[in-house]
Design a protein around this ligand. Structure first.
Ligand SMILES: Nc1nc2c(c(=O)[nH]1)N(C=O)[C@@H](CNc1ccc(C(=O)N[C@@H](CCC(=O)O)C(=O)O)cc1)CN2
Ligand SMILES: Nc1ncnc2c1ncn2[C@@H]1O[C@H](COP(=O)(O)OP(=O)(O)OP(=O)(O)O)[C@@H](O)[C@H]1O
Length: 201
């Protein structure tokens, strides 16, 4: 898959990934609880019924406590699955407590693909997007595969109603002064960390 990321961007990505991987289990737990406290108070979560989350990998902040709350409130949770034939895109499949997941080619656990649990992306209410880095202006950086950018590119078409709401999530230590905004980057409505909430310009 072509990747036009610049060396500078790749260097920032490497450093930020290293930074989040170096957090202790205690720091991770504390951050996870902080993140979930912030998210649980947002209208996007309170009124959202179909919510896309992720299984943490590579030191990512863990949204699990929010998933537990969402299930208790009767909301539906979906997880990203690498598209089996549309390269570089994601599908979203229903996720349940105690569900058996299988590791994808990056080693990230994902549900099996089946028609009944598939959720078309435009019907999601809220997408919690895992970030590697972000700045206060809402610019973001992911793992570099462009998976979220491709899958949600339809949101950049202003003629369509803005659904789902996109909330980028990260550790506060993943904030940098400025990140380049690439023309293909999908805009986040908000970025939420364990410590703060940043709203899009
Ligand atoms: N938790 C989680 N799930 C997710 C994502 C994510 O960022 N976080 N994704 C967000 O897109 C998708 C998977 N995208 C990914 C893209 C790159 C790598 C990664 O580790 N790349 C390695 C090289 C691996 C290889 O080529 O074999 C690396 O850069 O070191 C992982 C996931 C879907 N699921
Ligand atoms: N809508 C798109 N169509 C085709 N290619 C795209 C699209 N969006 C991004 N890409 C490609 O994906 C690659 C990675 O982009 P980028 O470095 O911005 O990824 P990222 O934002 O870190 O990843 P993600 O979107 O998964 O969080 C780039 O080479 C870019 O050309």
């Amino acid at each position: 898959m072509p990747n036009t990321s610049t060396p500078a961007k790749n260097q920032i990505r490497k450093a930020l990934r290293q930074q989040r991987r170096s957090l202790s289990p205690h720091q991770q737990k504390h951050a996870s609880m902080g993140l979930c406290r912030q998210l649980s108070l947002l209208p996007e979560f309170i009124f959202g019924q179909r919510i896309a989350a992720y299984i943490p990998n590579d030191g990512e902040i863990d949204p699990q406590p929010l998933l537990e709350l969402a299930w208790r409130l009767g909301k539906q949770i979906y997880l990203p699955v690498l598209h089996p034939f549309s390269t570089g895109r994601l599908l979203f499949m229903a996720h349940h407590p105690h569900q058996v997941l299988a590791k994808n080619r990056f080693g990230i656990p994902e549900p099996l693909c089946d028609q009944d649990s598939h959720c078309p992306v435009w019907t999601l209410d809220l997408v919690l997007t895992p970030l590697v880095g972000f700045d206060e202006n809402g610019n973001r950086m992911g793992m570099g595969g462009g998976f979220y950018d491709r899958t949600f590119a339809f949101l950049n078409d202003n003629s369509k109603p803005r659904k789902p709401r996109m909330i980028g999530v990260a550790h506060e230590c993943q904030k940098v002064d400025t990140l380049p905004n690439e023309r293909w980057d999908i805009m986040m409505n908000k970025i939420v960390t364990d410590k703060d909430i940043y709203s899009a310009r």
